[in-house]
Ligand binder design. Sequence first.
Ligand code: SAM
Length: 233
Amino acid sequence: MNIQPIGVIATPFKQKFAIPRQPNLANASGRVTFDTPFDDPQAFKGLEGFSHVWLLFHFHATARRGWKLQVKAPRLGGNNTLGVFATRSTHRPNGIGMSVVKNEGLHTVNGRICLDVSGVDLLDQTPIVDIKPYLPYADRVDNATDRLTEYQPIPERTVHFSPMANLELDALCVSYPDARTFIRSILSQDPRPAYKQHLDDDAKIYRVALFEKDISWCVRQGEICVLAIENLP
Ligand code: SAM
């Protein structure tokens, strides 16, 4: 079986750390640029009729590490394991990921056909292997259950910006008007490993690469404090 990527997605997430665990947990935008011969408008005829699409993609950044029978489940606190097929872990056979995202429309940029989407949980430059419309009549399951939500809900921490970070953010908002809301929503989910999320590790400074920025932050009394927003080295 040979799988050829149909294109690649550009996203604000320049590293794995701090990418939401699933789509639509933050309003992150993505742009899929298609390779020839998939960049033919005929292949997209009718796609505008669907509000959401499935992105099938390759977990290219972790694929070389192979797969595991059992993986640590962040929602169980990070110490307990589940079978790989009971998770959405990246460490799976064939390294295939799937995310439902909002269809923001087709555009032509520099002569190339692109699909804009939002709500992504994908690393920048992830290879896309297929796109399918989301079909509410078939894909929505009203009585579906997920008992794990009882264990560890996604954190909703308050996020503060230091005076310096606020100034830097004002400048960033010139290019990315939603940057403030976006950074707040990413950090409020507390990107630290699950086993650390109950800790107030005041002294520790974390860094996350979003857009072209290096964002440093720490946790104080259960709240996230953004210290600085600087250019990536
Ligand atoms: N929604 C998808 C699914 O269920 O198949 C992905 C879920 S997976 C738990 C989401 C995580 O995958 C993100 O938080 C990020 O750390 C990681 N990730 C995203 N894109 C990746 C890539 N191209 N290679 C490796 N890991 C990636």
